[in-house]
Structures are given as C-alpha cells and as structure tokens.
Design a protein around this ligand. Structure first.
Ligand code: PGA
Length: 252
C-alpha cells in the first residue's frame, strides 16, 4: 500500500533514559497535531520498551532497527521478530547499509529477515542503495535492482504489498550531502517500475534516506515518487525531527 511515512532511525544513540526524554519532548512539540505522514520511531533495542510505553495512546508507531529471522533458539545476542512484535513494534528496518557493511549482511540474509518480519505481522522497511564507487561507475541502478530482486523474487503479491522500501544512497548517509531531489526521483521511479513490472501496480511506499534535514525535506518529498523519509542523525533531536515532519510536502 502506498502511504506517506517519516521514520526516525536513532541508530546506536540515546540510552533508555535519554530516549524517554526525547519522546516526551517530541510529543510536546507534536501536541496531538495530526500529520499526513505516519510517524515511526526506531530506537535501539534497549529503548524499545520505554518508548512503547511513552507512545501509547498517540499516533506514533514503533519500529526496530534490526531483527534476526528465526522465531527463537540458541542464537546468542539476537532478537526475534516475535519478541519485537510482543513489544508493540509495527515496523522493522531491514538491510540498512550499516548492517550490510559492518555486519556482513548478505542479500540472502536480508531476504529471510523480510519474510520473518512479514510472517510476524510487522512491516519491513527494506533499505537499498548504492555506495559512492558504484555511483561513480554508473552502476547505481544495477546495484539497487540486485538488492530489490534478492528480496522480491521470493515474495508473492500479498506479501510484497506490505513492504516499505527506503532508497538510501550510502554516500548520502551521515555525510550532510543528500541526493538531489532529481537523483532521488530518478531512483524512486526506477524502483517503482521494478515493483510495477513484477506485481502489476504502483502502490508501494518508497522513502528516501540520507542526510535528510528540516531544510531539504520539502524538496525531496515534493518529488512524485518520494513517499516520505527515513531520517538518521536529524531524528535524534526531538526539535529537528519535528521540524522535518512540519516541513514535509503534503500537497497533491
Ligand atoms: P542520516 O542517516 O539521516 O544520518 O544520513 C539516514 C539513515 O541511515 O537511515
């Protein structure tokens, strides 16, 4: 389903005390305003419970940053989809480039995680995107096609319809250099075309991620194929995350 979403990926920031303070500040700023975007907060595992308590009775949704694909077992240090579901998570970020790069997550592993998240009744936010070298070589679409296909070749239409995709060019993550709205639009429309070719309709949410800030969110989200954002650094401060949501495009 095509839906407007702004998700905050807190990465490995904010302990659970700080997380509570941040959510409280954010709720005060939001002041029960209703936005056209679904707002999702993705704290670290250790803060999921306290954040879930803080956002009860609000429209804010909870997301996790990672998951393992088995439901339970001897997998020291891992967290299962069922555990996240029990905490009230509705979203799980899967295949973030930092997981691909630092934790050697393969396309195959990411595909298994997407299925596990769907089977547990949550929405995966599947991250795809090329690195700088790949873009400089003009290979960005090949990379994204490969990452897309690895996951979607194993998904029927019913499952695929529940996946949210985040295009996050690695060179734009945490660098302060966002993709231009035109670069984002070009890739988002390419991804939508891949989806349409396989499933016969265009209704998939595609978020942009990579140095999203209060002053560039409007131009990015006003592109026809950009349905929202996955925000890292600028989501950690309640004020800037709120500004991003306020400034996002809502017309059309
Ligand atoms: P950034 O991160 O907004 O800090 O660039 C985005 C992300 O990694 O999801």
């Amino acid at each position: 389903m095509r839906k407007r979403i702004i998700a905050g990926n807190w990465k490995m920031h904010l302990n659970h005390f700080e997380a509570v303070q941040t959510v409280r500040r954010f709720k005060n700023l939001m002041n029960e305003e209703v936005f056209q975007y679904e707002i999702v907060l993705c704290p670290s595992f250790t803060s999921l419970y306290v954040v879930s308590e803080e956002i009860k009775n609000t429209s804010i949704k909870l997301g996790a940053q990672n998951v393992f694909y088995e439901p339970e077992g001897a997998f020291t240090g891992e967290v299962s989809p069922l555990m996240l579901k029990a905490l009230g998570c509705e979203y799980v970020i899967v295949g973030h480039s930092e997981r691909r790069k630092y934790f050697w997550e393969s396309d195959e592993m990411i595909a298994k995680k997407v299925i596990a998240v769907l089977d547990a009744g949550m929405t995966p936010i599947l991250c795809v995107g090329e690195n700088l070298e790949e873009r400089q070589k003009g290979m960005e679409k090949d990379v994204v096609r490969r990452q897309f296909t690895a996951v979607f070749e194993g998904l029927d239409k019913e499952k695929a319809d529940k996946v949210v995709i985040a295009y996050e060019p690695v060179w734009a993550i945490g660098t302060g250099v966002n993709a231009t709205p035109e670069q984002a639009q070009e890739m988002h429309s390419f991804i939508r075309e891949l989806f349409t070719r396989k499933y016969g309709h265009t209704e998939v949410s595609i978020l942009y991620g990579g140095s999203v800030k209060p002053d560039n969110i409007y131009s990015l989200t006003s592109m026809p194929d950009v349905d929202g954002a996955l925000v890292g650094g600028a989501s950690i401060k309640a004020e800037s995350f709120y500004e991003i949501i306020k400034n996002a495009y809502i017309g059309g």
